[in-house]
Design a binder for this molecule. Structure first.
Ligand SMILES: NC(=O)C1=CN([C@@H]2O[C@H](COP(=O)(O)OP(=O)(O)OC[C@H]3O[C@@H](n4cnc5c(N)ncnc54)[C@H](O)[C@@H]3O)[C@@H](O)[C@H]2O)C=CC1
Ligand SMILES: O=C(O)C(=O)CO
Length: 326
């Protein structure tokens, strides 16, 4: 019996924690007895607890904080799998889940190119002062082109320092190297074999040498505040800082000081320490580009992520090891 026919004969009950693109909705309905949560807000603690008790599987996402406390009241909950929609799973305590017999999966690969593209968007917007320029035009304050108007950093041929040379880090590096002729430096906790020229350096040496620093490590306790005042202090005053990873990898207060005091030239952010809260001090600064976590925000990417999460659920309920167990 195939996984699909077994699922149809006795479909597992699955909660999908957000409204999803049409392709994901259709496939989920084919496979499972699905309950759709119709809110885009993160699940409350009470919702997460009752979902663990009532469903065989859950597709949670960013913001659904499945902490050790949420699992604590269960020996083994009815739910046996959290098939996360997204590659980053720092909102799920994977050890606690495992301890309560719950498998966690994610959606690597589906997100890589789109997120790397947003890193490039932020790099160019920050380096070339695009946000500032757009605000100027919208405000009706532009007085016309002149040779010294809004001069930014020319990135072609410069040095990019990538922190976290995983799937997204490598996709960024390729874009920087092949697209912009940039010299690539990287910091990673382990050595990496990559198919483009790149030099691995300790974090502070990378910060000191790079014209653009881009963060692409996972979130979680291991990387919490790994970028702080010391790293901004090591960066050059003309350099730009880009974060597409997770907000709390960066000490946001230290970043604000670095931007206010001109320790660095600018920053481009897709993620925030207390997302979706963006500090007023950050919003007041001209030298920062602020995006609302747009890394994977494209129809086909979100569909691929959802279909990948469904494949993980399907494999799990067929008694197989899901491709993306974490
Ligand atoms: N802005 C957005 O919309 C998106 C953000 N992300 C974030 O990007 C992260 C990275 O995604 P992938 O590249 O697919 O993950 P990955 O696991 O392929 O790469 C992460 C890299 O960081 C390295 N690393 C981990 N801890 C480190 C540390 N303490 N110091 C130095 N290096 C360390 C790993 O060795 C690995 O090479 C995700 O975990 C997620 O948080 C992912 C997708 C979209
Ligand atoms: O996949 C992730 O980790 C995201 O941040 C959203 O796509």
């Amino acid at each position: 019996m195939t996984a699909t026919t077994r699922a149809r004969a006795n479909p597992p009950r699955v909660l999908i924690a957000r409204p999803m693109p049409a392709a994901v909705r259709a496939r989920a309905e084919e496979l499972f007895d699905v309950e759709w949560r119709d809110s885009n807000a993160p699940m409350s603690d009470a919702e997460m607890r009752s979902a663990l008790a009532l469903y065989d599987g859950i597709m949670p996402t960013l913001g659904d904080r499945f902490s050790a406390e949420i699992f604590a009241e269960f020996g083994r909950p009815r739910c046996r799998i959290l098939a996360n929609f997204g590659v980053g799973y720092n909102h799920i305590d994977v050890e606690a889940a495992r301890g309560h017999g719950v498998t966690v999966t994610n959606t690597p690969g589906a997100v890589t190119d789109a997120t790397a593209d947003v890193a490039m968007t932020l790099m160019l917007m920050s380096a070339r002062r695009a946000g500032e320029g757009e605000r100027l035009v919208r405000a009706g304050l532009w007085t016309g082109w002149h040779p010294t108007q809004m001069l930014g950093l020319h990135v072609s041929g410069k040095t990019v320092g990538i922190i976290g040379m995983g799937r997204i880090g490598q996709a960024i590096a390729r874009r920087c190297h092949y697209g912009f002729g940039m010299n690539v430096l990287y910091a990673n906790r382990s050595a990496k074999t990559v198919d483009f020229p790149a030099q691995q350096l300790p974090l502070h040496e990378l910060a000191a040498q790079a014209d653009v620093v881009i963060v692409a490590v996972p979130g979680g306790p291991d990387t919490h505040h790994m970028i702080g005042a010391d790293v901004f202090g090591a960066m050059q005053p003309h350099a730009h800082f880009i974060n597409i990873a997770r907000g709390d990898v960066v000490d946001e207060a230290a970043l604000i000081v670095a931007l206010q005091q001109g320790q660095i030239a600018g920053a481009g952010l897709d993620v925030y320490e207390f997302e979706p809260k963006v500090p007023e001090a950050l919003r007041q600064l001209e030298n920062v580009t602020l995006l609302p976590h747009l890394g994977t925000a494209a129809e086909e990417v979100r569909s691929d992520m959802g279909l990948m999460a469904l494949n993980n659920l399907q494999a799990f309920f067929a008694g197989e090891t899901p491709a993306n167990a974490v």
